[in-house]
Design a protein around this ligand. Structure first.
Ligand SMILES: CC(=O)N[C@H]1[C@@H](OP(=O)(O)OP(=O)(O)OC[C@H]2O[C@@H](n3ccc(=O)[nH]c3=O)[C@H](O)[C@@H]2O)O[C@H](CO)[C@@H](O)[C@@H]1O
Length: 354
């Protein structure tokens, strides 16, 4: 019987593909364990959603591109993480490791290499993150969501597999969406998502112009943990984080305003929701969302507003644009083909790790 050790965490972006694969693996009676960090979001999500999956936590340090005293401390944390991971992998003896990236995944990949266990890592963004670049030195292969990512990694180490979406997101029900939000079909519904953590820049524009927006739209606003301001208005539904209800909220959504994290934007694409993307800037990231958004704009799936120019005025302009060009956007979206379903990818992982 096959056993898979999943790893990845820090943000939902580094867990989402695992959330799609674990139910498929469980359906095939494959034993799954999860190695994540002690306090990361992955612990809460995995233990809550998959109580049968044994969750192990290890020490993990953040790897930085710049020089800092914290780096010295974190080198020790990563070393401790490798020892923790070695102990877990020796005990559990998985057949392979599947890593969705993030800093916690680096020690697991190193430990797996020491024990001769094959690791397949997954990169969702156009450009690989620092953690995945390091992990690739110890891994068997890197799967990529974008074909362009293959240009950034050594030849033969990558495999373009496309996006993998959680099946449950296709199972939303309109009536449940309306019941949750108390919305109706009279006005279009905007879904505002600032990534898995919420976005202050997006939230502030929505908060400051809520009444003008509610004149024409109903609004589902996912504000992120700790960002709720308890606004209660007719036609406005606010949540810090949407769990199981997300599929029903998607079902009643007409247009999306969002950050440009890879998993989220591929979900909007798969569900055929025209989107306005406000990518996280280079001051706060390596610019991965800017690249993701540019790819989506080039394919005709999205409108993009750079963070410095994001305002109520630019938002309304782009909303008018996607409403007026809805037909072309949906046509572009309909021509998108999926490379692998979650089930097919699971079989591929098992074959590739043999
Ligand atoms: C700040 C940061 O580091 N962001 C990165 C992180 O984004 P982040 O963690 O936001 O991940 P993504 O945008 O890729 O995906 C968000 C995921 O969270 C889910 N969701 C979101 C809100 C909610 O209320 N409920 C819910 O379930 C979405 O459905 C989606 O599956 O990982 C992405 C993938 O590597 C990167 O592209 C982003 O740059």
């Amino acid at each position: 019987m096959v056993k898979i050790a999943f790893t990845g965490g820090g943000t939902i972006g580094h867990v989402a593909v695992n959330m799609a694969l674990i139910p498929e693996a469980q359906r095939e009676n494959i034993t799954c364990i999860y190695i994540g960090s002690k306090n990361g979001i992955e612990q809460e999500v995995i233990t809550k959603q998959f109580p049968d999956v044994k969750y192990y936590s290890i020490s993990s340090g953040k790897l930085r591109r710049y020089i800092s005293v914290e780096n010295v401390k974190d080198v020790f944390k990563v070393q401790k993480g490798v020892l923790d991971a070695l102990k877990i992998l020796k005990k559990e003896k998985p057949d392979l490791v599947f890593s969705k990236g993030g800093f916690v995944a680096v020690p697991v990949t190193i430990a797996a290499k020491i024990l001769n266990i094959k690791t397949i890592i997954h990169e969702s963004d156009v450009t690989p993150g620092l953690a995945n670049k390091i992990a690739l030195k110890f891994a068997h292969k890197m799967y990529t969501t974008f074909e362009k990512t293959l240009d950034y990694i050594p030849d033969d180490s990558g495999d373009y597999v496309g996006s993998i979406i959680r099946n449950e997101l296709f199972e939303g029900n309109k009536q449940q969406g309306y019941a949750l939000t108390q919305f109706n079909s009279n006005k279009p519904v905007l879904l505002i998502m600032g990534g898995s953590l919420g976005s202050k820049v997006i939230n502030d524009v929505i908060f400051n112009h809520i009444d003008e927006l509610l004149y024409s739209y109903q609004i589902i606003h996912l504000v992120g943990k700790g960002n709720s301001n308890q606004i209660k208005k007719e036609g406005y539904y606010q949540l810090e984080y949407a769990g199981e209800e997300l599929m029903h909220l998607f079902k009643i959504t007409d247009y999306v305003i969002s950050r440009a994290g890879s998993n989220a934007i591929f979900e909007f694409l798969a569900l055929k929701k025209p989107m306005i993307l406000v990518p996280l800037g280079k001051d706060q990231s390596r610019g991965d969302q800017i690249d993701n958004a540019a790819q989506f704009k080039a394919q005709g799936y999205a409108s993009v507003i750079d963070e410095p120019s994001f305002s109520y005025a630019t938002l309304i302009k782009q909303l008018d644009y996607i409403k007026n060009h809805q037909h072309e956007i949906l046509q572009a979206m309909n021509s998108m083909t999926t490379r692998y379903t979650a089930h097919e990818l699971l079989n591929k992982i098992i074959q590739d790790a043999k």
